[in-house]
Design a protein around this ligand. Structure first.
Ligand code: 5GP
Length: 178
């Protein structure tokens, strides 16, 4: 066991059950208008992969990579697009898939940016929402788990590129954050 891995916040079985639940809700809500899933790299790729397989609709995928300016641990809300989407969003039912919403600043930026591209609808599905830290009111259609405001790793979330492959979410008990 890695001593940097602290308390388990969401276990593997609980995670998988929630992914199934979210997949069923999305399947029901998007009947007749299959969504285009937009994943925010890199953190969301594990969740998006499981979520997509829990949705019984002909979904399509696209990915975006962004980086936040500011210190390593605090986002400033100024976001730079490192990799843009490949697809045109005009008239599409876009569902942004996020791993975690902390301050909500990254998401606020993304929402505004994608809304300007003329989608038919734009919603957000986040696996995790940190309690009480949002600087703007995030408009989240689907939320997996609300968690206490500790730094977590696993299931896509990293510290210096490590721990993304843990099948559960745990508090990071190490010193730096990479
Ligand atoms: P926000 O703009 O909402 O403050 O930050 C969102 C981004 O910060 C997430 O997409 C994620 O990349 C990173 N982040 C926020 N909280 C955590 C955390 O607890 N663990 C990890 N590994 N990354 C986090």
């Amino acid at each position: 066991m890695d001593s940097n891995i602290g308390r388990i916040v969401v276990g593997e079985a609980e995670l998988q059950a929630m992914v199934k639940t979210l997949g069923r809700r999305i399947t029901d809500d998007y009947q007749g208008r299959p969504p285009l899933l937009v994943g925010v790299l890199k953190g969301a790729f594990v969740f998006m992969s499981d979520l997509a397989r829990a949705i019984e609709l002909p979904v399509e995928f696209d990915f975006m990579a962004v980086s936040s300016y500011g210190s390593a641990t605090r986002t400033s809300g100024v976001v730079r697009i490192l990799k843009d989407l490949d697809l045109d969003l005009t008239g599409r039912h876009v569902l942004i898939v996020e791993d975690i919403v902390d301050s909500g600043l990254t998401l606020a930026y993304l929402r505004k940016n994608l809304a300007a591209r003329g989608p038919a609808s734009l919603e957000v599905c986040t696996l995790l929402l940190k309690e009480g830290l949002q600087k703007t009111e995030p408009d989240l259609r689907y939320i997996g788990f609300t968690i206490p405001p500790a730094f977590v790793v696993g299931y896509g979330l990293d510290v210096g590129e490590r721990y993304r492959n843990l099948p559960y979410i745990a508090e990071y008990a190490g010193s730096g954050r990479g």
